[in-house]
Design a binder for this molecule. Structure first.
Ligand code: DGL
Length: 273
């Protein structure tokens, strides 16, 4: 028995954890933020892979029967290799899931014209994970995918510049860019943990008929369904209603910013991977 591990490069995964806590009250969670080495979005494939593997091993050693990689960049660059190459050795009875597949399945469910856009970090965009997964899991419903990297959006959130003129400038610029790539898209995936915090500004510049997909809720909804289909895994998740926060940074640093993402104050513990 153990908690659900939720891993992110830093704070962003808290937007996913927040929704998991709402959808799955009573379950135990262990959040791990690799804040000392964030951001992952600008790092190379090998570095993200190495760091993510260390994080998954850490959570497996702490008895997590299930680990959610809440970071899109890590899901894009490391998840497949971890599942195929490492899990059979480090935790054959554990599961590691990411955030791309549930988002892609949801996009396929709701698009009307099969034209989907993805906003994400440079690393996620370059990996081409979203276009590939959209083709693979949409049952032929996705006709085209356009992507736009938004390298300024994570720093905007992390520096609490959400309402500033600078934030408006960059958000408008990236939205205009993706609409130039496909003016008919009807579904837009926010493929980065931080972007839900920018939703009000995004909505300002996006035509209202485009459906915006926020991952936290989708991941939570899909995970509830997944655990119903896998009772043998669900029964191994402890349920004392406890949530712990581990960070590779100093806890005070983590705690001061985490409130922005969680909507509440939390207590964190410093750990080494
Ligand atoms: N968590 C990352 C993601 O979802 C964003 C922050 C980072 O670049 O590390 O892609």
């Amino acid at each position: 028995m153990g908690p659900i591990g939720v891993f992110d490069s830093g704070y962003g995964g808290l937007t996913v954890l927040r929704e998991l806590l709402k959808a799955m009250p009573g379950y135990d969670f262990l959040y791990l933020g690799d804040n000392a080495r964030t951001p992952y979005g600008t790092r190379s494939f090998n570095v993200v892979y190495e760091y993510s593997l260390q994080a998954v091993k850490y959570l497996i050693e702490r008895n997590c029967p299930l680990v959610i990689i809440a970071c899109n960049t890590a899901s894009a660059k490391a998840l497949k290799n971890i599942q195929v190459l490492h899990l059979p050795h480090i935790g054959p009875d554990r599961r590691v899931l990411g955030v791309i597949r549930p988002s892609v399945e949801k996009a396929a469910e709701i698009t009307r014209n099969g034209q989907v856009g993805v906003l994400a970090t440079v690393g996620t965009v370059v990996s081409e994970s979203y276009p590939m997964e959209l083709q693979k899991w949409s049952g032929g419903r996705i006709i085209s995918t356009v992507q736009e990297a938004c390298p300024m959006w994570v720093p905007i959130v992390e520096n609490n510049e959400i309402g500033s003129a600078g934030a408006e400038y960059f958000i408008r610029k990236n939205i205009d860019n993706i609409l130039r790539k496909d003016s008919d898209l009807d579904t837009l995936i926010l493929g980065c943990t931080h972007y839900p915090l920018l939703i009000d500004v995004i909505k300002k510049y996006l035509p209202p008929h485009i459906t915006i997909l926020e991952q936290g809720r989708i991941v939570a909804e899909k995970l509830v369904g997944y655990l119903q289909k896998h009772p043998e895994l669900e029964q191994r998740i402890s349920r004392k209603g406890a949530t712990l926060f581990h960070t590779t940074e100093y806890p005070e640093v983590f705690e001061s910013k985490a409130a922005l993402f969680m909507g509440q104050k939390i207590k964190a513990e410093n750990v080494h991977l």
